[in-house]
Design a protein around this ligand. Structure first.
Ligand code: CA
Length: 266
């Protein structure tokens, strides 16, 4: 963990100092910049492992920084936003931020999230929380997921996913038909016991659908299960008769119990 590089983009000195102190205490190498232009230059030149990005910046604002970063990198981005910037927060996630914290935030919470994410990255895609294949390929309907190269192919075309989108898809494709709640996805993909806004999941599901579905508004692969969460559909795969998953995975019970309601004894 020591030496992993974190870029902090924030123009408020007291926040910068606080965040820097907490992160350096954990052994991270912290670089700070105070405006968007410097953020883009630093990100390009030093390739940080994670970026903490304030939304309200002088010059190029955080949203634009986020959008431009995503054009060249899938570095993990945590946005810092004010409570009043709810619309911007969603836009930020749609532009490619992986997560956000709302000001005022606890530095401990920020450090916990940073550590959780980077630990997962270090340990590969397993993270110790789910059964995974270190290598190999999952054929999930029209998608071929190459785990070693972390690539997804659909109809012969490479699909450009961020690291987080890849992990999200991997969770679903590993267990087609299993319904995952938002809380479970936050735990498995974002790597920590998340106490924030579960819409982070919805936004990233939406982004993933735009990339893998023929029609994101009528998803065939990544289905919404109302009131519960999401699942990767396995039914259509059987119906088409054409697609299959070559590596059989031992049956695991659904993480969500779907028991019939108890009927009172007469
Ligand atoms: Ca600011």
């Amino acid at each position: 963990m020591a030496g992993e590089r974190i870029l902090v983009v924030e123009d408020e000195a007291n926040i910068v100092n606080l965040v820097r102190a907490y992160l350096e205490r954990e052994g991270f190498a912290v670089k700070t910049v105070t405006d968007g232009r410097a953020a883009l230059q630093q990100a390009h030149a030093t390739r940080p492992d994670l970026i903490i990005l304030d939304l309200m910046l002088p010059g190029i604002d955080g949203l634009e920084v986020c959008r431009r970063l995503r054009q060249e990198s899938d570095v993990y981005i945590i946005m810092l936003t004010a409570k009043t910037e709810e619309a911007d927060r969603i836009v930020g996630l749609e532009l490619g931020a992986d997560d956000y914290l709302t000001k005022p935030f606890s530095p401990r919470e920020l450090v916990a999230r940073v550590k959780a994410v980077l630990r997962r990255r270090r340990e590969g895609d397993g993270g110790g929380t789910r059964v995974t294949h270190e290598s190999g390929t999952i054929v999930a309907g029209p998608l071929t997921i190459d785990l070693a190269r972390r690539r997804v192919i659909k109809n012969g075309q490479l699909i450009d996913l961020t690291a987080l989108e890849f992990e999200l898809l991997h969770v679903f494709a590993d267990d087609p038909g299993i319904v995952f709640s938002r809380a479970q996805l936050l735990q498995r993909v974002w790597g920590y016991d998340y106490v924030g806004d579960e819409r982070v999941v919805d936004v990233h599901i939406g982004l993933l659908r735009k990339k893998i579905e023929a029609d994101p508004s009528e998803p065939l692969l990544l289905k919404t299960v109302r009131g519960v969460g999401y699942k990767y559909d396995e039914e259509w795969r059987v119906a088409s008769g054409e697609y299959y998953r070559p590596s059989p995975i031992a049956h695991r019970p659904s993480p969500i119990a779907h028991r019939p309601p108890k009927v009172a004894e007469p």
